[in-house]
Write a protein of this length. Structure first.
Length: 591
């Protein structure tokens, strides 16, 4: 593991790093350990979510028959459309709240919460009405035979009932993620997944309600999850406390714009699935829905792992972006991509080795012609889709949602074009290669843009405002402090401000160890040098340094922190994601 982290860390080293940065590299396992802490509960959460998403097809396929499985698969694009609407608010909420928490500005956090409350009520209410003609219109456009059409409509009734509640639950998921309460998410998802499975079996199998019962089971489970989520958010978090601030249109607009990349991706996936389903049905006949349903299940299975990495990254990237710690964000991206490649690679090997098994568990006794080849070609796109999802998270977090949205819309247009090309000139299973083609096009553009941003960040930090990123052990704090002093002298920065900042670092590193009675406290420190001022930022995983956390007054448990507050121009502190986040600004005595 140490060698693996060392190799990742070397990717971001620059020849212009200062001597202190070369000697005291950022802790390679600081963020990685937080990812490993968050990923297991996120996996458990997503396994439960997988039950919610895929159990309908498995239950209906086994109790009703292959036509029921095909009907649920045909309805799939509508689910994607609903997810796209939800993603605008949910991912926008996570990005804006994460950044503002990183800024340590309570008023701006309250303003974001106010906008989230407004959108969480308004959007589900509006969609509950407009979804009815929309869903019926999409189903009619497929021109299905009467039997298949009746099955799809029967299933859709329960899903339409659940959609507004599902929207509110998904927004709540992102709110809980950004608060770092991954175990709470896990319990909620386990509850909903288990309830959905039991109710689907009850209504579809025991009560013999057919595919309509499958939809009703999902609806009841979703409504129950929504109610519990709202109760948890109100009792265990302060997400609904807005400090009496007024709703601002600019905050609403920012949340919507930050959510556009993920929503654009899902809107395009909706159109892709709609077109692809039509092409598949034309090429394979009615059995095409069965093949598509199994492929979707396999992607959902792999996405349990990939979206767990994305969910673990979300609160950390938001925090680091709000701190303007660009090096930390890049480090998180490298670690996230490495984990996604490893996990998705394992899943691809599994799918390629035993493809027939995934048809059998759906109750498919005779695998359609070309079904095995189709699945094997389809799963090749999984690793690329996982990496692209992390890039969307990155661009949304750093405020480049317009680029990500445009890339998603343009890049994904290649999928229906390539699908049509494959359907005309090659055998039917090659249609599923179109997913890989579109994903690779987007990945290439993402990498090019990301590398350009990295070069721009490095160049900007060579200007008048230079940042130094280090991690320091307690026994090395004095030596690192002297090197900061030398750095300020060599580069012409204020020595008085630098001396105050470096002495602050010595005290805080020593205190973080004393407070936990352990020398295994990790930290990441950033010095931002300006002509007259020095901004000092420190994250550490030591004990919380707030003794009396009251809404009216916060008191530090060490007098030395009170002294630091007196000698600094400003001081901000918060305990977030089980980390101490302290920001101090130092200047000359005259300033």
């Amino acid at each position: 593991m140490e060698d693996f982290l060392d190799k990742l860390q070397k990717l971001d080293r620059d020849e212009n790093d200062s001597e202190i940065e070369k000697k005291y590299r950022l802790s390679k396992d600081f963020t990685f350990s937080k990812l490993l802490e968050y990923i297991p509960p996120m996996i458990a959460t997503n396994i439960s979510t997988l039950l919610l998403i895929t159990v309908d097809g498995i239950v209906a396929g086994n109790f009703v028959g292959e036509e029921a499985l095909s009907a649920i698969s045909i309805f799939g694009p509508v689910d994607t459309f609903v997810g796209a609407i939800t993603a605008i608010i949910a991912t926008g909420t996570a990005a804006v709240l994460g950044n503002r928490i990183g800024e340590v500005d309570s008023r701006r956090v309250f303003e974001a919460k106010k906008a989230v409350k407004f959108l969480s009520v308004l959007v589900p209410l509006i969609f509950s009405v407009i979804q009815i003609p929309l869903v019926l219109g999409i189903i009619a456009s497929y021109q299905l035979d009467e039997n298949m059409r009746s099955l799809v409509i029967a299933y859709s009734i329960g899903i339409m009932i659940s959609n507004p509640f599902g929207m509110l639950s998904t927004i709540g998921v992102c709110e809980i993620q950004i608060m770092g309460k991954m175990k709470v998410l896990m319990k909620l998802a386990l509850m909903e997944g288990a309830m959905n499975l039991v109710l689907d079996i009850l209504f579809t199998g025991v009560l013999n309600m057919g595919v309509a019962g499958t939809g009703y089971g999902t609806a009841i489970a979703c409504i129950s999850r929504c109610i519990v989520t709202v109760i948890v958010l109100s009792r265990q978090t302060d997400i609904y406390k807005t400090g009496g601030v007024k709703l601002r249109a600019s905050d609403v607009g920012e949340i919507i714009s930050r959510g556009l990349p993920e929503a654009a991706s899902m809107f395009v996936v909706f159109m892709q699935n709609y077109i692809i389903v039509r092409i598949i049905i034309q090429s394979f006949g009615s059995e095409g829905g069965t093949i598509k349903g199994v492929c979707t299940f396999c992607y959902s299975l792999a996405n349990v792992l990939m979206s767990s990495v994305q969910g673990a990254l979300r609160p950390l990237t938001g925090l680091y972006s709000g701190m303007e710690n660009k090096k930390g964000v890049r480090s998180l991206m490298r670690q996230g991509v490495a984990i996604v490649v490893l996990l998705s690679g394992v899943m691809i090997i599994l799918f390629e080795t035993i493809p027939a098994f995934f048809y059998r568990i759906h109750g498919v006794k005779t695998i359609p012609a070309g079904g095995i080849a189709s699945l094997r070609l389809y799963v090749l796109c999984i690793v690329v889709l996982g990496i692209n999802a992390l890039f969307r998270l990155y661009y949304s977090t750093v405020g480049m949602q317009s680029f990500s949205t445009a890339l998603t819309l343009i890049g994904n247009c290649t999928m229906p074009l390539s699908a049509y090309f494959f359907s005309v000139y090659f055998s039917a299973p090659t249609i599923f290669l179109s997913y890989l083609v579109a994903a690779v096009v987007i990945l290439c553009a993402n990498i090019i843009r990301y590398n350009k941003l990295k070069r721009d960040d490095i160049r900007s930090e060579k200007g008048s405002k230079r940042r130094v990123y280090i991690s320091v052990e307690p026994e090395n704090a004095i030596d690192a402090s002297k090197m900061i002093q030398n750095y300020a002298l060599e580069n012409g920065y204020s020595l008085e401000a630098a001396n105050r900042a470096r002495l602050c670092m010595e005290e805080m590193v020593a205190y973080s160890v004393r407070a936990t009675e352990s020398r295994k406290v990790r930290n990441q420190i950033m010095f931002s040098f300006d002509d007259e001022d020095v901004l000092f930022t420190m994250l550490d995983d030591g004990a919380c340094i707030i003794f009396d956390e009251d809404e009216e007054k916060q008191r530090m448990i060490t007098d030395n922190y009170a002294l630091l507050k007196k000698v600094s121009k400003s001081m901000q502190y918060q305990y977030v994601l089980n980390l101490n986040h302290t920001i101090l600004k130092f200047g000359n005595s005259k300033s």
